[in-house]
Design a protein around this ligand. Structure first.
Ligand code: ADP
Ligand code: MG
Length: 594
């Protein structure tokens, strides 16, 4: 019998390897740009034709290569970045496998021009299908230019497998975006079929985001900065109100390398939970820095997957970092409306003088007053709210009304004992009473925990609250926050607490039942993160104590809910992600009735 095993020629082996590394023009773009970064370039220009199918050119001003290196770089496992196995655990460069150029050369016509600063002239090498076709001297500036022509010229199956030019171009732009985002201090351009699509100037990350996604991102971003000894997280998240209906800008990087990580994505989604609608996606641009030995990037050839040694820790820190950023934005004190004259509003414009002054009739229900907010009324949101639905309910947007304004007589009616209906300038406003009150109480409780300002009402007949010893120790953990919310609990033995006082909002309710619910939810979402604990408790309290659907409300109660809702930092979305209100515009009504 003859032996049957043969060693494949290098050119074939490279072609096979190429299938893993280079799937489409965008993969070559990524590899070339990363090489330029590794070479210390500060300016990288990318030129493509036909979405990279006929031409990809990357011009850099990096360190360049010697003549020998310029020939060697096309060999498989030729890399200047590691020389021994241990190096794998401390990689800081983008590439290290020494496969990319060998792969590209196996399936394309490649021209390399490169010059180091110590060399007087550069060298030009043409390599086609892993064969060096030409080598000459080339006068050029210091740096490297790779020109890739006719990608997959010798692999028709691959070539035919490519998507439409538009789809391939989207991939190219996406790779370009990922590389440029994490290197804002470097300059980049992208030119496609003779048209310059991006011209990115050196700057900071925020400027880079604006350069890539538009100047209107300026006001949409919240900075995230979190340093711990094991993990640092830096970057931006997109404010909740700009969350998109489509998976928009979601960029995770680990040590500046783009990754996809559904589990960590969940940390962000979770952190945004009370803020964005269920069908929207949060945006983020975040770099997670860890010691290279704490990750394994080598598990996937295209390297968008990363294994963390301690992914739970990263999850927790990421979650906390995003929470903090959101919290700093949303819990900032609002302007105090006690002094409307400070707002610089010309009252003459607002007052409609000739209308007779009518004292509004206010039906008062003396048994019900859940609202004891100290913050004064946010002004009459009705005037502006609804005119442009993109206007946020921030105090600056409210026009302060004088009592003689006819809008003051606005009426509220209840539909199905569940919806509050009133008119705004642009149409009919319909508010879900339960969701609105859920949001109002949620923000109120959060503030109380921040400021230690929860109102307590003393129990005339303190009740004992007995738990098993495990739950009792968990309740002890919750005590500081419970106290801030207005609970006065006194531990009398290992498993029993006396309920001496309860939050004012509970009036008449069942304190033990509420405590049990809080304990249950706390156990489900148990976390070491203080801010999360607060959010979780505020959410449970608010959900338990908010007005339910199918509850009759007086007009004053409805007005209170509307006023307080539009004084919230997030008026649109309930803490469970549901939309709180909608406006049926006059235009919509007109078209319906025509
Ligand atoms: P890797 O990046 O994994 O080392 P590549 O095949 O991408 O492997 O590149 C092989 C080698 O070629 C690199 O290690 C580097 O030494 C050299 N090289 C590639 N591109 C450039 C460039 N733009 N400037 C300078 N050197 C480069
Ligand atoms: Mg490389």
């Amino acid at each position: 019998m003859l032996d049957v095993i043969k060693l494949l020629p290098d050119s074939v082996a490279n072609q096979i390897a190429a299938g893993e590394v280079i799937q489409r023009p965008a993969s070559a773009v990524k590899e070339l740009m990363e090489n330029s970064l590794d070479a210390g370039a500060t300016q990288i220009d990318l030129v493509v034709k036909d979405a990279g199918k006929s031409l990809i050119m990357v011009v850099d001003n990096g360190c360049g290569m010697s003549e020998t290196d310029a020939r060697l770089c096309f060999e498989r496992h030729a890399t200047s970045k590691i020389s021994k196995a241990e190096d794998l655990f401390s990689i800081r460069t983008m590439g290290f496998r020494g496969e990319a150029l060998a792969s590209i050369a196996a399936i394309a016509q490649v021209e390399l021009k490169t010059r180091r600063k110590e060399d007087e002239v550069g060298v030009k090498i043409v390599n086609e299908g892993s064969v060096v076709k030409e080598q000459t001297l080339a006068p050029m500036a210091v740096g490297t230019t790779f020109t890739i022509k006719n990608l997959f010229f010798n692999v028709p199956a691959r070539r035919n497998f490519l998507k439409s030019p538009q789809a391939e171009m989207r991939h190219v732009v996406e790779e370009f975006t990922r590389v440029t985002l994490m290197n804002p201090e470097m300059g980049f351009t992208l030119t496609s079929d003779g048209k310059e699509l991006y011209h990115l100037y050196p700057g900071n990350l925020k400027q880079r985001i604006m350069g890539l996604f538009g100047n209107n991102y300026d006001g949409k971003l919240l900075a995230v900065n979190q340093e711990t000894d094991r993990v640092s997280i830096h970057g931006y998240i997109v404010k909740a109100e700009f969350a998109k209906k489509t998976r928009g800008e979601q960029y995770f990087f680990v040590n500046k390398r783009f990754i996809k990580h559904p589990y960590l994505h969940h940390a962000i989604e979770n952190a945004f939970m009370e803020m964005i609608p269920k069908d929207s996606f949060p945006g983020y641009f975040l770099d997670i820095e860890v010691d290279p030995s704490d990750i394994d990037v080598n598990i996937h050839p295209t390297k968008t997957e990363v294994n963390f040694l301690d992914v739970k820790l990263v999850y927790a820190i990421l979650h906390a970092a995003v929470r903090k950023a959101i919290g700093q934005n949303n819990l900032s004190p609002l302007i105090d409306f006690d002094e409307p004259t400070n707002l610089g509003i010309d009252f003459g414009e607002v007052v409609k003088s000739s209308n007779p002054i009518v004292q509004p009739k206010v039906p008062i229900d003396p048994t019900y007053n859940p609202f004891r907010q100290k913050r004064s009324d946010p002004g009459d949101w009705r005037q502006l709210y609804g005119e442009r639905t993109d206007i946020k309910a921030t105090p600056e947007n409210f026009v302060v009304e004088t009592p003689e304004d006819p809008e003051q007589k606005s009426h509220y009616v209840q539909l199905n004992q569940s919806f509050i209906i009133t008119t705004v300038k642009s149409g009919v406003l319909v508010i879900d009473q339960h969701l609105a009150h859920f949001r109002i109480l949620f923000e109120k409780f959060l503030k109380e925990m921040e400021n230690d300002s929860g109102h307590s009402q003393q129990e005339l007949f303190p009740q004992p609250f007995t738990l098993n010893s495990n739950d009792a120790s968990i309740l002890r953990e919750m005590l500081p926050e419970l106290q801030r919310l207005g609970f006065v609990l006194e531990q009398v033995n290992a498993t029993t607490f006396m309920i001496n006082g309860t939050p004012a909002e509970l009036s008449g309710g069942n304190p033990a039942g509420l405590l049990e619910k809080m304990l249950d939810n706390y156990k489900i979402n148990r976390t070491d993160l203080q801010l999360d604990r607060k959010l979780g408790m505020a959410k449970t309290m608010a959900s338990q104590l908010s007005i339910k659907s199918q509850t009759a409300l007086s007009e004053l109660e409805m007005q209170n809910i509307a006023d307080q809702l539009f004084g919230c930092s997030v008026a649109e979305i309930a803490p469970d992600g549901k939309k709180i209100y909608t406006i049926i515009t006059i235009d919509e009504l007109t078209s319906k009735l025509s």
